[in-house]
Design a protein around this ligand. Structure first.
Ligand code: C2E
Ligand code: MG
Ligand code: MG
Length: 558
């Protein structure tokens, strides 16, 4: 038996001959708790009472009142009780086949003249039953009954072994905005959706060669014989589920890596399917995305960047550019600050912008390393400019979400300042609005702590949707930066103009300066000026520039 389980198992011996029960009980009794029943009817009552706490039933076939066959029959009809293993006790060879057919797992011949063999059979039968119950519980996801991810890959690989060369598709399926279903309709409805999707995937799979699993939360994987029409496949499921679950705007998306390359490892096939599925996240007009050459190029590109990252850091391939911020309240724009923006000067791919690599570094938890590098670089530049006697304006750096969860953040920043002989007043920290939405309490605490050291903190990317205006009152902040996207639209859409007015009003009420980012045109500039939005950052006045150039600008402004 499993060495980690010390309890004594219980075995029920069913035989109408007391002497037979006695002998068997003596043979195995040293190792197990023994219960006795004198006929099938009594046995069924006891099985009803003890249920799954019984590890094994030893069952005589010929008994008065209810015989052993009938007991086997009754057990086989009960979904739970049929999992208790039964060994049949018999002296008749012919009875063995029939009882095995009724679900008995083994038999012990009478008379009982080989005690060691009996003990061994009993022990092995219990062990097998417990092992298979354990495997079953790990194999299947409790909620949907589908395979779990781990076993899914095992079975997918088996298909590969037994039927090599067959055209197969790797498919990832995901319910769009599943968290909203949970939030709006409750977790029970969410669970019901997952079960329903599982059932529907199985139905659509039908008799096709394939295997399905719930990989995690609302991510499902299918490894299936090539499908001709993926859109029809998912549309049929969505149509049925909209009807049965009563959620009319349900959207399910599917990423397909079709006709898999059999040289690609199984896990990678599903990374590709998932990749395709992610590519249409947020686009409710599409339900199917197929892994294509562009995605493959992208995959190779990102792999390359990950590989090159450490070397890039040590070879100083990351360069910081500075984009000026101007106060436009007076007649002439006045240089009042700058934002440090990183670029990757890659030896092969050229100058890469943050959108090419930031999300990737975030996903692989490398972003903090880069941020530290940037902060150091910025501190060094500020130190040089100040030493050179140039005008000093505060420079803002971007703080990633992950940095904010690091308890050592404040000390890291303070050490960097000290190393370069500058102060917290020389730096501004930009924290993206969505970080506040993630874990407001914790972020507010961290920010308050940083401000107590003299750092100024600006909320970046404001106005595209996460926090409410009322939340602003509770935030420890020194300025709000209006997002590029919002500014782009203020001359085009009424809604954006309304939002701008609302934010300007709120900022005034809270005495918080507003910074408009991404100002590209005269019209935007004028509109912002007329709204009393005083600080502007954007291509209209200046693009991000190398440190040297910004240093010259500072000299000139003096
Ligand atoms: P952000 O902090 O909101 O930075 C502003 C972005 O808007 C910059 O893009 C800037 O070049 C761009 N921008 C400024 N004015 C204009 C304009 O008039 N028109 C247009 N179309 N764009 C304008 P960039 O440099 O590509 O940076 C993108 C984002 O990458 C930044 O958004 C920031 O979130 C992140 N980022 C940049 N550098 C760093 C860094 O060192 N660390 C971290 N963690 N994030 C960084
Ligand atoms: Mg920023
Ligand atoms: Mg911004």
């Amino acid at each position: 038996m499993d060495d980690n389980t010390f309890f004594r198992r219980t075995v029920l011996i069913v035989d109408d001959e007391p002497i037979n029960r006695e002998i068997l009980g003596t043979i195995i009794g040293g190792d197990y708790e023994i219960l006795h029943a004198g006929d099938g009817a009594e046995a069924m009552r006891m099985i009803g009472d003890y249920g799954m706490t019984l590890s094994l039933i030893l069952l005589d076939l010929f008994m008065p009142v209810m015989d052993g066959y009938e007991v086997l029959q009754k057990l086989s009809e009960d979904e739970t009780l049929k999992r208790i293993p039964v060994i049949v006790l018999t002296s008749e060879k012919s009875a063995e086949v029939k009882s095995l057919g009724l679900g008995a797992v083994d038999f012990i011949p009478k008379p009982y003249d080989m005690p060691e063999i009996i003990r061994a059979r009993v022990q092995r039968t219990i062990q097998l039953a417990e092992d298979s119950a354990l495997i079953k519980s790990m194999e299947n996801d409790d909620l949907t009954g589908l395979y779990t991810g781990r076993f899914f890959f095992e079975y997918a690989n088996r298909i590969e072994q037994y039927d090599a060369g067959r055209d197969m598709d790797a498919i990832a399926v995901n319910i769009s905005n599943f968290h909203l279903i949970n939030d709006l309709h409750g977790r029970d409805t969410g669970d019901e959706m997952l079960r329903s999707l599982a059932d529907n995937l199985m139905t659509e799979l039908g008799s096709r060669m394939g295997v399905v699993c719930r990989e995690n939360s609302d991510n499902f994987y299918l490894y299936v014989q090539h499908l001709d029409n993926h859109t029809d496949f998912i549309d049929r499921i969505v149509t049925r589920m909209r009807r049965t679950e009563g959620i009319s705007n349900l959207h399910i998306r599917m990423g397909v890596y079709p006709n898999v390359d059999h040289d690609v490892p199984m896990e990678t096939r599903f990374v590709r399917a998932r990749h395709a599925c992610d590519a249409i996240r947020g686009d409710l007009s599409q339900s199917v995305a197929v892994y294509d050459e562009e995605m493959q190029r992208n995959e190779i590109f990102t792999q390359r960047l990950l590989q090159d990252f450490e070397e890039a850091l040590s070879q100083q391939q990351f360069v910081v550019h500075y984009q000026p911020k101007y106060n436009i309240a007076g007649n002439k724009p006045l240089l009042v600050g700058a934002e440090a923006l990183v670029r990757w000067n890659h030896p092969e791919f050229g100058m890469l912008s943050p959108k090419d690599f930031l999300a990737l570094l975030e996903a692989y938890c490398l972003i903090s390393k880069l941020d530290r590098y940037v902060w150091n670089d910025v501190a060094q530049h500020i130190g040089q400019w100040k030493d050179g006697g140039a005008m000093a304006v505060p420079v803002s750096v971007n703080i990633s979400r992950i940095d904010l969860l690091d308890h050592g953040l404040k000390n890291t920043l303070l050490t960097i300042l000290q190393d370069h002989g500058i102060t917290a007043q020389d730096c501004v920290l930009e924290i993206t609005e969505s970080a506040y939405a993630d874990d407001a309490v914790r972020i507010v605490e961290t920010v308050a702590d940083l401000r107590s050291e003299g750092f100024r903190v600006e909320m970046d990317d404001f106005g595209i949707g996460y926090s409410s205006l009322s939340m602003l009152a509770d935030m420890p902040l020194d300025a709000i930066k209006l997002d590029t996207q919002l500014i782009r639209n203020i001359t085009k859409s009424d809604k954006s103009r309304q939002i701008l007015k609302l934010v300007v009003g709120t900022a005034k009420m809270l005495s918080l300066p507003l910074i408009a980012e991404g100002v590209e045109e005269r019209e935007q500039y004028d509109m912002l000026k007329s709204c009393d939005c005083e600080i502007i950052q954007g291509f209209y006045l200046a693009r991000p520039m190398p440190a040297e150039e910004f240093g010259k600008l500072l000299q000139k402004e003096e």
